[in-house]
Write a protein that binds this ligand. Sequence first.
Ligand code: FES
Ligand code: FES
Length: 79
Amino acid sequence: MSTPEIPQKSPFSVDVEAGKSYWWCACGRSKTQPFCDGSHSDTDFTPVEFRAEATKTVWFCGCKHSATPPLCDGTHSKL
Ligand code: FES
Ligand code: FES
């Protein structure tokens, strides 16, 4: 498994809307963080879907090392 790039060592806060799907960038290369822009095409990574069940603020992992992707689990503090 390759190592993802680290866009930032902190989460991205995003206001999501109930019923919508969001595609989190797992490779770290996207220019539209925290979401996929297709830049993973020559990597082993694929984006991870987040389906919002409620309208609320979500903390997406920005370091790409979370054990619970696409959400931040605090791993960024150990990088
Ligand atoms: Fe990173 Fe698509 S650009 S997963
Ligand atoms: Fe990746 Fe927190 S930003 S675990």
